[in-house]
Design a protein around this ligand. Structure first.
Ligand code: SAM
Length: 198
């Protein structure tokens, strides 16, 4: 188990998960319910935690797989999905090893709300490779990530780094502030919407 996985396991075990229950990204709502909403298809929720984005997508007709490398939030996610009367596949898997973790492939939409921004450079390399490996041709990829210095204990990721990392295989469709996280005078999160180019 990596040190990062141990840390998240401990945080969930002691009940310290300050991200849990935050508002859904507005960028996700726009993709699902906006004026140019995507047709429902298959979706993969990376670092899904207790599953709010997954459940939201399933409620809107998407066939969803949510993955996290910690078991405890996945149990909670399954219970929440049952309460919401939606079906979601919640799988324990590491997003740096998606293609060997049997989570499926050919996803139309891949969503990351708060996973990439905490990773090491090495894990980010693997993440970029593995996300491409499970994406359908023309897939969309939505990443919501804090910028550096915006949240204690979270490394964050510079917008230029996000754009550079995905430039080879993906076309950036839009990016900007993630307005659902903009509160108390702080504006810590950015959203990036990509479309698979190759
Ligand atoms: C900040 S939380 C966000 C959770 C959820 N997406 C949300 O919006 O509430 C980050 C989540 O990513 C998971 N995570 C971090 N690195 C991961 C990895 N390499 N593979 C799978 N899950 C990971 C953590 O366990 C945690 O649940």
């Amino acid at each position: 188990m990596s040190s990062r996985q141990r840390l998240f396991t401990l945080m969930y075990r002691v009940g310290f998960a300050p991200w849990d229950g935050h508002p859904l990204p507005q960028a996700l709502r726009d993709l699902v319910e906006g004026s140019a909403a995507l047709p429902a298809g298959t979706a993969l929720d990376l670092g899904c935690g207790t599953g709010d984005s997954s459940i939201y997508l399933a409620k809107h007709g998407w066939t969803v797989t949510g993955v996290d490398f910690v078991a405890k939030p996945l149990d909670r996610a399954r219970a929440k999905a049952a309460t919401a009367r939606v079906v979601v596949e919640f799988e324990r898997a590491d997003v740096t090893r998606l293609s060997t973790e049997a989570v499926g492939s050919n996803f139309d939409l891949i969503v990351d709300s708060g996973c990439l921004h905490g990773m090491s450079a090495e894990d980010r390399d693997a993440y970029v490779r593995e996300v491409a490996a499970v994406a359908a041709p023309q897939a969309r990829l939505l990443i919501v990530a804090f910028i550096p210095g915006s949240s204690f204990g979270v490394p964050g990721i510079e917008p230029d780094e996000v754009k550079q990392r995905f430039a080879r295989d993906w076309t950036l469709l839009s990016s900007g502030d993630e307005t659902a996280m903009n509160h108390n005078g702080k504006n810590p999160a950015r959203q990036y919407l990509f479309q698979r180019a190759v």
